[in-house]
Design a protein around this ligand. Sequence first.
Ligand SMILES: *[C@@H]1O[C@H](CO)[C@@H](O)[C@H](O)[C@H]1NC(C)=O
Ligand SMILES: *[C@@H]1O[C@H](CO)[C@@H](O)[C@H](O)[C@H]1NC(C)=O
Length: 375
Amino acid sequence: MGTARLLLLLAAAALCCASASPAAKGGSCSKFPALFNFGDSNSDTGGFWAAFPAQRGPFGMTYFGKPAGRASDGRLAIDFIAQAMGLPLLSPYLQSIGSDFRRGANFATLASTALLPNTSVFVAGISPFSLAIQLNQMKELRDRAISSDGNNGQLPPLDIFGHALYTIDIGQNDFTSNLGSLGVETVKQSLPSVVNQISWTIQDLYNIGARNFMVFNMAPIGCYPAFLTELPHSSNDLDEFGCMTTYNSGVVYYNELLNNSLAEVRKKLHDASIVYVDKHTVTLELFRHPDAHGLEYGTKACCGYGGGAYNFNQNVYCGNSKTVNGQTVTATACGDPQNYVSWDGIHATEAANKIIASAVISGSYSYPPSKLCSP
Ligand SMILES: *[C@@H]1O[C@H](CO)[C@@H](O)[C@H](O)[C@H]1NC(C)=O
Ligand SMILES: *[C@@H]1O[C@H](CO)[C@@H](O)[C@H](O)[C@H]1NC(C)=O
């Protein structure tokens, strides 16, 4: 499948309690006993690669020391968030071996869209597990926990669903998958339905008892090495930081739609907490001033082929080999992923994810302001 065209990413996580070791014992950091996540590659902890094995190195090299089903060299923001909450790293719902859902589950899969896809993973690389499917999986998990009546092995205890945190980080693939062919103005017309899908999902989850939500907005994909390489743009569309302004303003438009739609949902669901997480601002800042955050490279991928400004070649995606002009070439990882924002041209490095997560956990990028951890 066209891995280089798999388009999802981003996540947020945190280190809220890095100095408060009791958090590691499970509880003082966070008021939530469990975490259920919906999304794409930005927060997929192994779902896609459980369904379509197997992922290869150098993915996972930094933290796990082997491929761990994540589109990064290490942990995703959702991993840092789970750790800060005193929870285990989330098991993917699709993972049949070794999963434990007692403290939550992860329904996210790489290349998922909010809307039902019109194409297949084998044609365009889009995951079949779109948001509506992920919601059905959540309902099934809950139904199975209920029917097993507490005697449920690796399933969540029944009283956890109403107290858990539900995180949603999706929409990026809806935005990017047709950008090259349709252009940003046409894609923008489809964005209200993407946002509506997310809002309906929140209401559906509310109807089965969920009360605490965090919804992540979209990162500035106009700064991603992959899109800088693949998407048509003129050189005067680049801003002073080397990001594409037209695509990035499309992202800002999407984020406004999302923020407004969540405000509407909040009016309907009075006893729910629905938090809009501005991952966009944090990530944009990393691309613009990597050095201010202990990083060196913004718009250049760590793992890729071709070198140059972006080190990205869509025909030789991170970890893949290909014959080019009779020679076999491989897209390998840099030796210092801790200095990069972008891991593979699309997804963030563990280093960037850690910074994004810290920002999310701090609550400073949340509307309404809300700390994940108690003070
Ligand atoms: C799929 O196709 C239908 C009918 O052409 C269209 O209404 C829908 O928006 C498409 N979905 C996506 C995700 O493009
Ligand atoms: C989101 O909307 C709220 C109002 O509902 C506003 O106060 C806030 O500034 C918005 N956040 C962003 C990042 O645009």
